[in-house]
Ligand binder design. Structure first.
Ligand SMILES: N[C@@H](CCC(=O)N[C@@H](CS)C(=O)NCC(=O)O)C(=O)O
Length: 223
């Protein structure tokens, strides 16, 4: 059987969440890079595959799965062996992971995208304090979840940590995480950064995205 194929970009936080998940379960993916700046996600072929024209998009046999959160859950369920705790079978534990995935999707990533997308793609110069504070509000929520546990859903690492860390690490210079207000979030970031595959699969791409964002903002302001 051929391996699952992933349309992705290392600059894309949700793509990196899938890369972290695949690595954690020891799954080899066929990687198919998509260049968003060149509009490769808007070709008729790609839009036919994924009408939402987003990356990551996974192809597994006849199945096309879109959305990083759905992809991570699918991969652990189908290919995870001793790593099922990444997306637990227990109904209540799984519901908690799902809730945190929705937190990333609906709040963390959505707020980062609200700041980044107009600047990266549409020439905007709006890096307002409101947009930054709106992202930082999410750190309060994360701090709450991490108050008495090392990971977002308890003592075990889950795909919710992968999805959230891919987002948080992609915006934490423009929207800094205050060490005194959010000690648990900072400790959680460091904990995840200790994973042997973290830097290669998330750290480098996050740093590159932050650098491109800053350069683009400066360029737009200079126009
Ligand atoms: N909720 C989606 C968000 C995916 C997403 O917005 N990806 C961005 C790149 S980081 C994208 O493909 N943007 C292109 C577009 O929306 O047209 C997921 O988690 O996969």
């Amino acid at each position: 059987m051929s391996k699952p194929a992933l349309y992705y970009a290392t600059l894309s936080p949700p793509s990196r969440a899938v890369l972290l998940t695949a690595k954690a379960i020891g799954l080899d993916l066929e990687l198919r890079p998509i260049n968003l700046q060149k509009g490769e996600h808007l070709t008729p072929e790609f839009v036919k595959l994924n009408p939402q024209h987003t990356i990551p998009t996974l192809i597994d046999g006849d199945a096309t799965i879109i959305d990083s959160h759905a992809i991570c859950a699918y991969l652990v369920e189908k290919y995870g062996k001793e790593q099922q705790q990444l997306y637990p079978k227990d109904l209540v534990q799984r519901a908690n992971v799902d809730a945190r995935l929705h937190l990333d999707s609906g709040h963390l990533f959505a707020r980062l995208r609200f700041l980044y997308e107009p600047i990266l793609y549409f020439g905007s110069t709006d890096c307002s304090i409101d947009k930054i504070a709106y992202i930082q509000k999410c750190y309060e929520i994360l701090e709450g979840f991490l108050k008495e546990q090392p990971y977002l859903c308890g003592t075990d690492l889950t795909i919710a940590d992968f999805c959230a860390v891919a987002t948080v690490a992609s915006g934490n210079d423009t929207a800094p995480i205050d060490e005194f207000k959010f000690p648990k979030v900072n400790a959680w970031l460091k904990r995840l950064a200790e994973l042997p595959y973290y830097q290669e699969l998330n750290g480098d791409g996050a740093e590159e995205l932050k650098a491109i964002f800053k350069a683009k903002l400066a360029e737009n302001r200079g126009k």
